[in-house]
Design a protein around this ligand. Structure first.
Ligand code: IMP
Ligand code: MG
Length: 177
C-alpha cells in the first residue's frame, strides 16, 4: 500500500516496514553496546513511542527496567503560554542511567522540557533515543543520542504516530502528500 487516506488527508509511503526493522535493530545493537555492564531505566514516552519502544526493547540485550511516561500540554495562565506536565515520572530515576525513548522530535520543546524534569531527579546519566527527528524544525539545539532517521519538516503518520488519533497501528510510516 503506497497511498493512504486518513480523514481529509492523503499520505504516501515514506519508510517501509523493512527500513524500520533494519534501523531499529541497528539502534538496539548500539544501545546494547553502550550500556554494557549497566542496567538502565528506560522511559517510554506515550502514546507515540509505543510501537518503536516495543520493537526497540526486543533488540536491547542488557537488563533494564521499563517505565512509561506521558507529557500533557495544557494552556497555562503565565506568560510562557503552554505549560507541560510530565505524568508518571517518579524518584526511582535518581542515580540511574536513564534512556528516554520518543517517537519524534519536532520543535524539540517537549523533549527539552522532559529532559529538564528528568535531570531534576538527579539521574546518573541521561540519553535520548528518537526514531525520527526533524532537524529543520528544532527551536533550540538538543542532543539526541540515538536517532533513527532525520526527516524533512513534513507531517508523518504510522508506526505509533497519529493524525488526529488515527494511524498509530500502521506498520509503515507515511508522509503527508
Ligand atoms: P515537539 O515538542 O514539537 O518536538 O513535538 C513533539 C511531539 O509532537 C511528538 O511527540 C509528537 O507527538 C508530535 N508530532 C510532531 N511531529 C509530528 C508528526 O509529523 N506526526 C505526528 N506527530 C507529530
Ligand atoms: Mg510523542
Amino acid at each position: 500500500m503506497h497511498m493512504l487516506k486518513i480523514k481529509d488527508k492523503e499520505f504516501t509511503l515514506y519508510l517501509s516496514q523493512k527500513e524500520l526493522e533494519r534501523k531499529v535493530k541497528e539502534l538496539g545493537e548500539q544501545i546494547s553496546k553502550d550500556y554494557q555492564g549497566k542496567s538502565p531505566i528506560v522511559l517510554g514516552v506515550l502514546n507515540g513511542a509505543f510501537m518503536f519502544l516495543s520493537d526497540l526493547m526486543k533488540e536491547v540485550e542488557v537488563p533494564l527496567e521499563l517505565s512509561f511516561i506521558k507529557i500533557a500540554s495544557y494552556s497555562g495562565t503565565n506568560s510562557t503560554g503552554k505549560v507541560k506536565e510530565v505524568i508518571g515520572l517518579s524518584e526511582d530515576v535518581k542515580g540511574r542511567h536513564v534512556l528516554i525513548v520518543e517517537d519524534i522530535v519536532d520543535t524539540g520543546l517537549s523533549m527539552t522540557h522532559l529532559k529538564e524534569m528528568v535531570e531534576a531527579q538527579k539521574p546518573a546519566s541521561i540519553a535520548i533515543a528518537s526514531l525520527l527527528v526533524k532537524p529543520e524544525a528544532l527551536k533550540e539545539p538538543i542532543d539526541i543520542d540515538y536517532v533513527g532517521f532525520d526527516i524533512p519538516t513534513k507531517f508523518v503518520v504510522g508506526y505509533g504516530l497519529d493524525y488526529d488519533g488515527f494511524g498509530r497501528n500502521l506498520k509503515e510510516i507515511y508522509q503527508l502528500k
